[in-house]
Ligand binder design. Structure first.
Ligand code: CTP
Ligand code: MG
Length: 241
């Protein structure tokens, strides 16, 4: 397909899909919170609003995916497209966002799309730029950080082996892709279980660049992550560049 090969021009139109259709079951189980994690308040505003504000300067349009009432309220006053409902799995929610972007008038349709977790509020301009610039050379790019700890495999409560951490990275978001290619791969996908967007390109044999992520670009997953995010985003907010 033409969208998978060759260089993209630097004046690419960038859209972002912001995911908020999950239930946050791991967070709810550890915190007892009734509020889905993407709507938990952090430094006075919902987690997802931080994520939206971080992305907006870099994109021509932002497509939120999630339950429209709570999502619209959390994003009130920000310039985004109207939220669309998500699906049962993360991949299905990404697909819903992609179809909404595909339905835009042709001149508004993006050249590249970023997919970002609504539960990942502390993404920097640098990380977004790293992803977008890699897309001039590659059909996909994801931010990642090297695995620092030694990895152990467990069986029955004891170690059954040591896994080399060489060449191992932890994937973050936003993950970026050429829009036409990514849309085609989603429409052709035979299952809906990918927890990460790059997987569809990997399986189809496209090269996905790994670019520098940020140790602080954490996803709110368990209760402890909120303490760490409060330290980063809380009242003593440090400017990020
Ligand atoms: N997500 C989504 N639609 C789904 C599942 C997840 O839009 N069906 C979104 C979540 O809202 C979140 C992001 O994808 O912003 C990352 O997923 P994850 O951290 O796994 O969130 P949840 O699935 O909500 O949490 P859990 O897996 O603990 O239930
Ligand atoms: Mg999940």
């Amino acid at each position: 397909t033409p969208s998978g090969k060759g260089r993209m021009s630097p004046d690419m139109r960038v859209a972002a899909i912001l995911l908020a259709a999950g239930t946050g079951s791991r967070y709810a189980a550890t915190s007892g919170s009734e509020t889905p994690k993407q709507y938990v308040r952090l430094a006075g505003q919902p987690v997802i609003r931080h994520a939206a504000q971080a992305l907006l300067p870099h994109v021509a349009c932002l497509q939120p995916v999630g339950h429209p009432p709570s999502l619209s309220e959390a994003l009130q006053g920000l310039t985004t497209l109207s939220p669309v409902a998500g699906g049962e799995t993360r991949q299905a929610s990404v697909r819903a966002g992609l179809e909404a972007l595909a339905a835009l008038p042709e001149e508004q349709r993006p050249d590249i799309v970023l997919v970002h977790d609504g539960a990942r509020p502390y993404v920097t301009a640098k990380v977004v730029r790293n992803v977008v610039s890699a897309l001039t050379e590659h059909p996909g790019a994801i931010p990642a950080v090297p695995v620092a700890d030694t990895l152990k495999r467990e069986e029955g409560g004891v170690i059954s082996g040591t896994v080399s951490r060489d060449h191992l990275f932890r994937a973050q978001t936003p993950q970026g892709f050429r829009f036409g290619l990514f849309l085609d791969l989603h429409r052709e996908a035979s299952s809906l279980t990918a927890t990460d967007d790059a997987k569809l390109l990997e399986d189809a044999g496209f090269s996905v660049a790994l670019v520098q992520g940020d140790e602080d670009n954490i996803k709110l997953t368990y209760e402890d992550d909120l303490v760490r995010l409060e330290r980063l985003i809380g009242p003593t907010l440090l400017p990020r560049v």
